[in-house]
Design a protein around this ligand. Sequence first.
Ligand code: NCD
Length: 363
Amino acid sequence: MRHLLTPLDLSVPELDRLLALAGEIAADPAAWRGACAGKKLATLFYEPSTRTRLSFEAAMLNLGGSVLGFSSADSSSVSKGETVADTIRIISCYADICAMRHPLEGAPFVAARFSGIPVINAGDGGHQHPTQTLTDLLTIRRRLGRLDHLTVGLCGDLKYGRTVHSLIAALSRYEGNRFVCISPEELRLPEELRHAVKDALVETAGLDAALPDLDLLYMTRIQRERFADPAVYQRLRGSYILTREKLAAAKPSMPVLHPLPRVDEIDPDVDGDPRAAYFEQAQNGVYARMALIVTLLGLAGAPLEERAKAVPTERPGLRCGAARCISGAEPVPPLFSPAPDGTLRCWYCGRPVAGENDPNRAI
Ligand code: NCD
């Protein structure tokens, strides 16, 4: 059984096959009407969502399956204090596959350890959002015909934006991609990601100067709900606003992507420009999730490979310490695994083990 917790859970060939399948589904969605007959998808959403939850549900309904679940922590037993581990054990008795969104980083990783069914991470805190990445990659491929040798502009909240973290993780595995990260100083990409793409990374605060070089632009919302200090959010909101006038300096072929919802970072005037790809991106999200569901259930598509996974381990006396990590909130063993750069990472939230002066530290 395979889960999808980060885009790195899929090898590049698996990712390519999944996107090819999503393309086939997009060409003839009606042909897939019975593919998941008799199967159930549980959507476990502990945090608000419109697009992601409904597109998962639409995907399963399009495949002839059914859906069940909850759309806020208040309407589930979490409000009575139930742990993620217990919830997923129960859901495994009711459904064949599940998608989980949670405000704490690493919650779907906990679920995967205790689950009897495939778990899909539908967004965990400011950490990862792999199915948005499938959506983004499908849109890029359909617009530009390739996923390599691209100059990729990412603009806005790169610190808390989980869609950006997952997209960079996926695109950095394709040859020749460069990342132009456009953000205010306070919202730069987390250190561990900067380190992972260092030779392919340019950081800047200026959108206008960066625009002419970009092959695609990925705009994001400043993630208000993740700021500890509302005054900092108030200062940074409205940092970037893409308008038609600004777009005049960009390549005619440069698609503008946005995971949505937007606040004010893309002027509605841009919607009529042929480069605006964000509504088409939302449609592609349904096809990408249909392809993922049939593949994880083993009902269609190329079978996923057997993969030897690095086993995370406990380190005597060590805890993660990151403020938004599930391991600080629920009774799970603290687990760690080494990153390719040799640093030790929390297995749940992926952060390097926090030092005494780390602002991410819980206390
Ligand atoms: C994104 C998310 O939830 O991270 N939305 C989405 O899934 N389409 C982006 C955001 O909330 O800003």
